[in-house]
Design a binder for this molecule. Structure first.
Ligand SMILES: [Mn+2]
Length: 443
């Protein structure tokens, strides 16, 4: 039971979040657990602790094994009792009164008192989610209330997203510097994560740093950057209060894009800018995705990789041969915010995923509203697993120009990703300070 990050300024925010949640729950109690770090093979060696996002949202600090109980308009926090040798191993521990002061809860108690307290309450909603088969109406009510609360970020959350973005700017500047011919891929990753660690932040997800960008989730970091290759870096910081950023850039190792790389890079950039330009309150996110798809399909046709009419190519999903994923997702305390709720976070009631290849990987289809944060991350990839697949390419035999593929052999994968906040009048790119124009990624 210990913590080292304290945000006294956040207490009114935390109180407001808890009271808004209780208001939405209409008297149904809620029990929200922080969780505990998993061990690495034996109990004394633990992975770094990261409290559950719902707990962080409501309590503000990561308290191992703690449980928040909201009931009858009160917030009570249950924490593990201090072990006699805790100060020996972990230093002086905060007292219950100190935890109460920094979280603003009504009362802090020790964990052994939790069962008796919960027994006095009616059926409570529980988080983290229990298995679907065990879910009660109170659990469902809590999911809906949390969703309504966390979809649109309050000012403090936006402040934290900006802090995460600011450190991510430094990480990408370091990465662009380090991505040179002969540098190991691992050293580029190290250069990018250094500013994140220096800020006492962590990465919001496992960094993807690779010269094989066509492997979408490539966590292998072996090998060296060679002149002529593109280095794709998908690296985002998580602030010390748990808020995420998620940014991808693609750089030419030599400092100059080849003509084929430049054509594809400019196309991805155009698609990204067009998609970002549509972000405003009320727009349906699937239409943001479609905007990117249309730009990409038109460009792929102009470059001789596809033939046919753009609307038809997009309708049929031909662009997905080269852009197989969705244009982005919700961003918040989780890099894919609230995906612990599955598609209930990303998909509005009554909407569900398409079965069409490409569109089936779209993680978000809500009408955007002020305070939502999303990523916009189109890409173009030459994926053997797609282009060599009879099942995936057969429907497009009439529009896919295989004869043009060899010209783009040095492209592999390009993605450009920024974090975008929906504002009352439109949008703000939180990560706009990270260069992406061709002139700025060249050196
Ligand atoms: Mn992303």
């Amino acid at each position: 039971m210990y913590f080292h990050h304290v945000y006294p300024a956040a207490v009114p925010v935390l109180k407001q979040r808890r009271s808004r949640l209780q208001h939405a729950l209409l008297g149904t109690p809620a029990v929200v657990s922080a969780g505990a770090p998993p061990s690495r093979n034996y109990p004394a060696n633990l992975y770094e602790f990261r409290a559950t996002s719902h707990f962080l949202y409501l309590v503000g600090i990561p308290l191992v094994d703690a449980v928040l109980v909201l009931a009858d308009g009160r917030a009570e926090l249950f924490v593990p009792p201090m072990a006699p040798d805790d100060p020996l191993w972990h230093g002086e521990q905060p007292g219950l009164d100190e935890i109460q002061a920094v979280t603003g809860v009504d009362r802090v108690r020790v964990l052994p008192e939790l069962p008796a307290h919960v027994a006095t309450l009616g059926p409570a909603g529980r988080l983290p989610l229990v298995a679907a088969a065990q879910r009660t109406p109170a659990d469902e009510q809590l999911i809906e209330a949390i969703l309504a609360l966390r979809l649109c970020h309050d000012d403090f959350a936006v402040h934290e997203l900006r802090r995460a973005a600011a450190v991510t700017v430094r990480a990408h500047a370091a990465g662009h510097q380090a991505a040179r011919s002969g540098a190991s891929v691992a050293s580029v990753r190290a250069a990018m994560e250094q500013p994140i660690l220096e800020a006492d932040f962590t990465t919001a997800y496992s960094s993807i740093v690779t010269v094989r960008g066509e492997v979408l989730h490539n966590f292998a970091r072996s090998g060296c950057c060679q002149a002529g290759e593109l280095l794709l870096a998908d690296v985002g910081a998580e602030s010390d209060s748990g808020w995420a950023s998620d940014v991808t850039r693609t750089w030419p190792v030599s400092g100059q894009l080849s003509p084929s790389q430049r054509a594809m890079y400019e196309l991805v950039l155009a698609a990204q800018k067009a998609a970002i330009a549509t972000v405003r309150p009320g727009i349906r996110y699937r239409d943001v995705h479609r905007t990117a798809c249309r730009v990409l399909a038109a460009g792929l046709r102009d470059e001789g990789l596809l033939t046919g009419e753009v609307d038809s190519l997009v309708e049929r999903g031909a662009h997905a041969l080269f852009f197989p994923h969705g244009v982005g997702h919700l961003l918040g305390l989780d890099v894919h915010d609230m995906e612990d709720f599955g598609d209930r976070a990303g998909y509005a009631p009554g909407r569900s995923r398409s079965s069409q290849f490409g569109l089936c990987y779209l993680r978000l289809d809500r009408d955007l509203a002020p305070g939502m944060a999303v990523t916009i991350e189109p890409g173009l990839y030459f994926v053997p697993a797609i282009l060599n697949s009879e099942a995936l390419t057969a429907p497009f035999r009439d529009v896919l120009r295989r004869d043009a593929l060899p010209r783009f052999a040095d492209v592999r994968g390009i993605r450009i990703e920024d974090d975008v906040l929906v504002t009352a009048s439109g949008h703000e790119v939180l990560t706009a300070a990270i260069p992406k124009e061709v002139a700025d990624i060249h050196r």
